[in-house]
Design a protein around this ligand. Structure first.
Ligand code: ADP
Ligand code: MG
Length: 362
């Protein structure tokens, strides 16, 4: 199939969503031309780009629907972290020859892309299509923020509460499941999870939900002092807030929302586990929560007063999304950015084996 036919068939046809009405020149021309009249005085453009590559971010054996969904969702998550409203995106795709000829693959990819685009109201306005040895997807998103009410990493205040949305760590458990990685010599400990939880973890890994509504409310109501989306792992991403805000982020072990084992493990399997195996499973879940990536939940800081906490619980109820208070912002201490304390206040950071997945770390 010719490049132009491919673009026409899989990327330019599509039902319109609300952000199509501001496109003056669309796919098929040399540029997209966008009408900004709807932007009010002082509103800002928010722009972000992410590249998604074979074997680093996904496997070629993954469902193409999921690959496309996630490639767009992770970009939307960056908009969410800043409390920006999505408008438009472009897509640069480098395709191996065999995929460019595989209409089933392309159709599923296109379906996943537009399912995500329609769900979060963002319009595809152009892109680039090339051949390449490896599949690579670069998405560039454009959104809008309020004049001043957008969120950053740099304004966490000492004594603020630290919060996270949703079930952080499940995507990493999903990844462990997928890779059937063995933990501490115990093979496939994650496969002890009940089938329902396994499905949930894999869904979180493959089809993350950008928390756009949450950050919008947090910004509008001036609740969050800082915010970041959790892509590389809670510890790692929270350390960016700490660094840029020049503070220490102190996590509290007993506040961390680890799923209780009876909830996630089948009853008869749980009965058969000895204490040691139960501890291993708990530790594995804790480690996923602290250092596993791919959740695309939000981590934010907010004033610790009762009114703010109440407002946050109201938002959680409104969105039907759990929001967990997990620690406190402290004055900077030596070179520490993030630490973990137990119920007695002892620093137990060193007891947690953290295996962050950082690009270029090797
Ligand atoms: P040019 O050579 O002028 O850069 P291209 O041949 O790359 O134009 O693209 C033709 C048109 O198709 C452009 O409007 C471009 O934005 C659009 N396009 C190309 N690839 C994609 C894609 N993967 N998704 C959406 N639009 C695309
Ligand atoms: Mg081009």
């Amino acid at each position: 199939m010719l490049e132009f036919d491919l673009i026409q068939k899989y990327f330019s046809r599509h039902k319109q969503n609300k952000n199509h009405q501001n496109i003056k020149l669309n796919i098929g021309d040399d540029c997209a031309v966008l009408d900004l009249r709807q932007f009010q005085n002082g509103e800002n453009l928010a722009v972000s780009v992410d590249t998604f590559t074979e074997n680093t971010h996904f496997l070629l054996t993954d469902d193409p629907f999921d690959i496309a969904w996630k490639a767009l969702a992770v970009n939307l998550s960056d908009l969410a972290a800043c409390a920006a409203e999505p408008y438009w995106f472009s897509l640069a795709i480098a395709l191996p020859e065999n995929l460019a000829k595989n209409s089933q693959w392309l159709q599923n990819f296109s379906d996943g892309l537009f399912a995500c685009a329609d769900k979060f109201n963002i319009a595809l306005i152009g892109g680039d299509t090339t051949k390449s040895e490896k599949l690579s997807i670069t998405i560039n998103v454009v959104g809008k923020t309020h004049k001043e009410l957008f969120l950053t990493r740099k304004a966490a205040q000492i004594k603020d509460d630290i919060w996270i949305s949703g079930q952080v760590g499940l995507a990493n458990l999903g990844l462990k499941l997928k890779l059937q990685k063995s933990q501490n010599g115990n093979a496939n400990i994650e496969t002890l999870l009940s089938p329902i939880w396994q499905k949930l973890c894999l869904k979180k890994l493959h089809q993350p939900t950008p928390r756009l509504e949450l950050s919008k409310l947090l910004a509008e109501q001036k609740i969050a002092t800082s915010c970041i989306d959790i892509s590389d792992g809670l510890w790692c991403d929270l350390s960016h807030i700490a660094e840029q805000s020049k503070v220490l982020a102190e996590l509290n072990l007993h506040l961390l929302p680890i799923q209780p084992l009876p909830l996630v493990v089948e009853k008869n399997i749980l009965k058969a586990l000895d204490k040691n195996q139960q501890n291993l499973l708990r530790r594995s879940m804790l480690q996923s929560l602290l250092s596993g990536g791919d959740d695309y939940e939000l981590c934010f800081t907010a004033n610790a007063d009762e009114i703010t906490r109440l407002k946050i619980s109201e938002i959680a109820a409104k969105l039907d999304l759990p929001l967990h208070r997990i620690g406190e912002i402290k004055a900077p201490k030596e070179n520490n950015l993030v630490c973990l304390i137990d119920a007695e206040g002892n620093d137990i950071s060193s007891e947690v084996e953290l295996n962050f997945y950082q690009h270029f770390s090797k």
